[in-house]
Design a protein around this ligand. Sequence first.
Ligand SMILES: Nc1nc2c(ncn2[C@@H]2O[C@H](COP(=O)(O)OP(=O)(O)OP(=O)(O)O)[C@@H](O)[C@H]2O)c(=O)[nH]1
Ligand SMILES: [Mg+2]
Length: 381
Amino acid sequence: MDSLLVYVVLAAVLLLVLVVGAVALVRRRGTSVVEVTPRSSPQPVETATEAPAVEAPAAEPAETTVGVLEREVPEPAIGRLQRLRARLARSQGAVGRGLLTLLSRSDLDEATWDEVEELLLTADLGVAPTRDLMERLRTRVKVESAGDPAGVQRILREEMLALVDPAMDRQVHAQRQGDRAGVVLVVGVNGTGKTTTTGKLARLAVASGQGVVLGAADTFRAAAADQLQTWGDRVGAEVVRGPEGGDPAAVAFEAVAAASASGADTVIIDTAGRLHTKTGLMDELGKVKRVVEKQSPIDEVLLVLDATTGQNGLVQARVFAEVVDVTGIVLTKLDGTAKGGIVVAVQRELGVPVKLVGLGEGPDDLAPFDAEVFVDALIEA
Ligand SMILES: Nc1nc2c(ncn2[C@@H]2O[C@H](COP(=O)(O)OP(=O)(O)OP(=O)(O)O)[C@@H](O)[C@H]2O)c(=O)[nH]1
Ligand SMILES: [Mg+2]
């Protein structure tokens, strides 16, 4: 009987050991699942256990349903004017405030006028517009409001507004024209912001309820079409692209055909950056335009200029205008420079209005250009 009891106790102990062992094993397996999942992450387990729990389920459906779940609703044009004002006041305001301070001095001597001139020139207003503005300011300030800051501000506002010319037609002609889509061609030298502007413009069009097709006529690098594709996917615009190294004119033609087939309202064609001095590349751009025009008129040719390049932009503008009949200027990177005077200089040079301004790298950092908002942002204290 005693030995039986010993056997029973031994069996119970064995059972207990087995149960404890099994529980430990199961627990271990549980943690190992968490440890394996974040293998790609070099983070320590503590943070990694949190990361995959959030990321893993979110990442998978996003990849398979891209363009549906992640489609964005862009900001409408109206809200952008306020941002235009704020950003411009930040980047250009110092020039305007400097002018006001100088012109409000009761003893406006020659040295002060020299400072005014210097300020205008460093803001990239250009030599001829600076000379004209100086002349008008000299006469008016002396006669109308010497030493009166409010009067000076009024005069400066009126004169600057006249220079920027509020009467110019700044509408971007991208809308449907009867039974065909509006066609926009985007051109410029390398890195000015053409692709970004094309993407931002697509967002503006989508925000106003238009169906958009994008043409990736920068066939030099596959990455260029990918960049545009990303913009298209975000707002649900169809992107027409061709093989790397293919004929950009063919892609542009196809994009217009696709817009016509799908009944889209707007087709925006992004082109490769090219130096205005390279004749072969400029000829190629001329061909893109001619080929598209075999199928549809082009409603808008937007030249994208980087505001930070200053007067160099004027030389580019002249050549592009000759080759493709530029109808509007997009001045990008105005957020990063106080040289807003280039607006006046380029409009004078080409007789073509600045229609849009780029105010940052964010997807909705493109605003319609508004002469009054621009001037007010410059000179309001
Ligand atoms: N700060 C600022 N950056 C901008 C603006 N517009 C474009 N950029 C930046 O400028 C860089 C070049 O932009 P892209 O759109 O690739 O220029 P691109 O003209 O298409 O360049 P290529 O096709 O290589 O000729 C990117 O880093 C953009 O984010 C702007 O208004 N403000
Ligand atoms: Mg590009």
